[in-house]
Design a protein around this ligand. Sequence first.
Ligand SMILES: [Zn+2]
Length: 310
Amino acid sequence: MNVIEISEKLGTDEQCIAYLEGRRWPNGVRCMTCGGDKISRIETTSQNKVKAARRLYQCLEPSCKQQFSVTSGTLFHDSHLPLHKWFLAMALITQAKKGMSAKQLQRHLGIKSYQTAWYLGHRIRKAMEEKGGDPLMGIVEVDETHISGKYDKRRKREPWQTTIVAGMVERGGRVRTKKIPTASKQVLVGMVQENVHPDSTVMTDELAAYKSLSSVVAHHGVVNHRAEEWVRGEVHTNTIEGAWSLLKRGIVGSFHKISVKHLDRYLAEFDFRFNNRKNATIFDLGVSQLAAKAPMPYRELIGKPAEEPF
Ligand SMILES: [Zn+2]
């Protein structure tokens, strides 16, 4: 759905609640505590602009009696933003090839505080994270790139310090990117072993760390960038380099440098958009994932990560 369709089909609170209910419980409402399907509904309609429509569910299981709403226990949890704005944000982010900054979101959606827009953006990125999945197959290009982090006064990180991001992409298929601690043989070969099917052909540049890849995949093609060789028949890494250029234009153009702490979520956003580039229902998928994932409290988001590798 694009923003026009959202205005037409998801313009009222009632429409938004009904749509989200369908995404969250495609087979009928289930109690979020006991999983029971005997549920009664308590509804209020929107009387005026101040009072939004609400729908509460009451579990009828005598030992449970849980009362909940369509957003309880999901990434929407505790949000004061109307669902309509959440949906517009999802549509804008899934359609923005280079991503969308909190500032842009704030402007487009008429959100009062920058923090609210920033938090909204990160919850949408969280929804886009895809863990696991089938191994990548066929011809898979593997490469790594350096992303410069934002200067952080508290942690005294120098502006030129960079983070390494590794990427793997199936030609004509899916991409997976991730932050890695070092571009060592152990890390890169381990990552390929974990994410790429052993029958695949992997294409890389001449970096020494990739040398032992032929022990974990069927074929390993190497293009020698140092010798100014870019393409030798099927042997090249142009697909992953295209993905890097998009990611970097996003970081420079939309986000104006991002914090290393949140980098994984930005990578998830880029992967999600890339992997669903031909998916006509990318918006519905994004909303389903917002409804399927547990809340991400603000304090958790801004708090220090449990482990800081840098
Ligand atoms: Zn229950």
